[in-house]
Design a protein around this ligand. Structure first.
Ligand code: FES
Ligand code: FES
Length: 176
């Protein structure tokens, strides 16, 4: 067993793990972060995507020991403390960017990373940025739309005054 320590969704965890344990299994089985899902055994689907040190990674391709000392964010850590959805979550909800929802946690985490790197992506850039995430329901049109709209919301919030920033944080208030 190897001792590891990592911060997940703002909480520090210390654990002893088998060196061969994958990060996705550690998150789900040990830490109860079942919002991060396993969709394949070939590292192709992206359903297991989380942020590690701010960068999206497929957590089935990382050993838990490799994530020791790192800051991990799962889809469960995106919402605000008051439960307000992250703009990307909100946009997926508003634009019906999911069908069965199995790919959604990974899609959202990849989209968060994409928008952090490129706040105003074209549709082609969104498709390019999400190419490691597969949707078996083939709902790509609305997924691209959701990421585009989340980008707009986040840019608007960034340019708003502090007093109005929270008012622009959700699509509802931006579009009505
Ligand atoms: S479960 Fe990680 S890529 Fe499919
Ligand atoms: S919504 Fe079903 S796999 Fe994407």
């Amino acid at each position: 067993m190897t001792h590891i320590s990592m911060t997940v969704d703002g909480v520090r965890y210390d654990d002893d793990v088998e060196p061969r344990t994958l990060l996705v299994h550690h998150l789900r089985d040990k830490l109860g972060k079942i919002g991060t899902v396993v969709g394949c055994d070939t590292s192709n689907c992206g359903a297991c995507t989380v942020l590690m040190g701010g960068n999206s990674v497929k957590s089935c391709t990382v050993l838990a020991v490799q994530a020791s000392g790192m800051d991990i964010t799962t889809v469960e850590g995106l919402a605000g403390r008051d439960g307000e959805m992250h703009p990307v979550q909100q946009a997926f909800h508003e634009t019906h960017a999911l069908q069965c929802g199995y790919c959604t946690p990974g899609m959202i985490m990849s989209a968060v990373d994409l928008l952090a790197e490129n706040p105003d992506p074209t549709d082609a850039e969104i498709r390019d940025g999400l190419e490691g995430n597969l949707c078996r329901c083939t709902g790509y049109q609305n997924i691209v739309k959701a990421v585009r709209e989340a980008g707009e919301t986040m840019r608007t919030a960034r340019h708003a005054t502090p007093e109005t920033a929270s008012a622009h944080a959700t699509r509802d208030e931006v579009t009505t």
